[in-house]
Design a protein around this ligand. Structure first.
Ligand code: AMP
Ligand code: GLY
Length: 433
């Protein structure tokens, strides 16, 4: 079959890498892809072909899918899902993996999700929703800090402000509601209590009724070691997250995921795809921080290498509503992903820095290591250069977590570009346990 992956980051490289291993995939396209994706090959599909269509260009993507008779479109990022890509594909009878626009609102509107959780008694931080700056600032000053202020809409992971004091929270709310920070995404804000505990992500395939839960993962959102510095899209991840014991996973499924699916069905928002629960494991049990409607990035890079099942088989079961609870086979070895980012990220950064250390496949020769390219491009001389904030995700699997960490950093050591920054403590919390 012919498969199209939409997107061009580390998550999409991991998706292409895994799909290329399927004997069922005879041709694999990625739009727009990146330099590392273009160097990915599969035994049955040959080299992945990157096509120059952006993820925003739904008309272009649809024309391409029709013309090339694509048998399966897989959507990596949230924007095309929230823009209704799946609805358009379904209208035309084009097979596609992912939730419809109504399902994707779980990520597209934090206010919608918080209301859904509250209405259904699903554990999450206490919250209020505001559109009026006076009321919002009044609430913040009266309540006092710490508070978390969140832009309602999509803000590329930057729309969450952790405020220590009521005054800070009030300023954050005002910046969204009055000064247009985050544009229309910030025209409504959720203001919520600050939860304490350890964070973890649980991703599950679902066909709207049945859940097949993937191994847990832990992201590292802050830029610096020891969780210091600003929030980023994610500077690294590992799987499994020890904070998600078997018993805790059971609670997450019973108290959070299953009730969420029921709630979505009652609202006539059937959800097919990957449901990503961002969780805080508090002393009172697991609570939802956020829902995403797609694979996490970089969580995907350390979860997919642990998946034994053929990804096409799983996608088809989701799409035809035939998913089984034990529908995914998982490998026991843990995985670690260390992100190398451009100097300056998550603020402004330079592009076009030559990356050295790759072999001909855009990889490094370290046992157990796969380099997932996130922001890379080929320059006029055919050299791989940086083209984004997060540039590479060096991912390793091994029989033990310490060994996987060692391998991932051995991979990092081989690669250099001007200004490169990365965290030295990925998985440190799990190693400490
Ligand atoms: P979100 O995009 O909603 O997951 O928020 C991004 C990050 O902000 C999360 O991964 C947490 O680290 C932090 N965060 C969000 N909401 C809360 C909360 N209520 N309490 C503590 N930390 C939070
Ligand atoms: N790693 C967090 C996200 O994908 O949203």
């Amino acid at each position: 079959m012919k498969v199209l992956v939409v997107g061009g980051g580390g998550r999409e490289h991991a998706l292409c890498w895994k799909l290329a291993q399927s004997p069922r995939v005879k041709k694999l396209y990625c739009a727009p892809g990146n330099a590392g994706i273009a160097l990915t090959r599969g035994a049955a599909c040959g080299a992945v072909e990157c096509v120059d269509i952006t993820q925003e260009n739904l008309d272009g993507l649809r024309r391409f899918s029709r013309r090339e008779r694509i048998d399966l479109t897989v959507v990596g990022p949230e924007q095309p899902l929230c823009a209704g890509l799946v609805d358009q594909w379904e209208e035309e009878g084009l097979p596609v993996f992912g939730p419809t626009k109504r399902g994707a609102e779980m990520e597209g509107s934090k206010a919608f999700t918080k209301m859904l959780l509250r209405k259904n008694g699903i554990p999450t931080a206490d919250f209020q929703i505001f559109t009026d700056p006076e009321k919002a600032t009044g609430y913040c000053l009266e309540h006092g800090g710490p508070l978390v202020v969140k832009a309602d809409g999509l803000a590329a992971g930057k729309g969450v402000i952790m405020a220590k004091t009521g005054a800070e929270a009030a300023a954050a709310a005002r910046s969204c509601l009055q000064e247009g920070r985050f544009g229309s995404a910030g025209a409504k804000v959720v203001i919520e209590e600050t939860l304490r505990g350890e964070e973890a992500s649980i991703l599950a395939f679902t066909d709207g009724r049945t859940l097949a839960v993937l191994p847990s993962a832990q992201d590292h959102k802050r830029l610096g070691d020891g969780d210091s510095g600003p929030n980023t899209g994610g500077m690294g991840a590992y799987s499994p997250a020890p904070v998600i014991s078997e018993q805790m996973e059971g609670r997450v499924i019973r108290e959070i995921l299953v009730p969420t699916l029921h709630a979505l069905r009652r609202e006539d928002r059937p959800f097919k795809g990957v449901l990503y629960a961002g969780l805080m494991i508090t002393e009172h049990g697991p609570k939802v921080l956020e829902y995403n409607v797609r694979f996490g990035d970089p969580e995907c890079q350390c979860v997919l290498p642990r998946l034994k099942s053929d990804l096409v088989d799983v996608f088809e079961k989701v799409m035809s509503e035939k998913l089984e609870e034990d529908g995914v086979d998982v490998l026991p070895d843990p995985a670690v992903c260390v992100v190398m980012a451009s100097g300056g990220y998550p603020e402004a950064y330079a592009k076009g820095k030559v990356i050295s250390g790759f072999n001909a496949e855009g990889q490094v020769d370290v046992e157990g290591v796969t380099v997932f390219h996130a922001g890379t491009a080929a320059n006029a001389d055919g050299k791989v250069v940086t083209s984004g904030g997060r540039v590479l995700g060096i991912t390793a699997t091994a029989a033990s977590l310490p060994e996987a960490v060692k391998r991932a950093y051995a991979g990092v050591e081989r690669l250099t570009f001007e200004g490169a920054q990365y965290r030295k403590d990925i998985a440190a919390r799990a190693l400490k346990r």
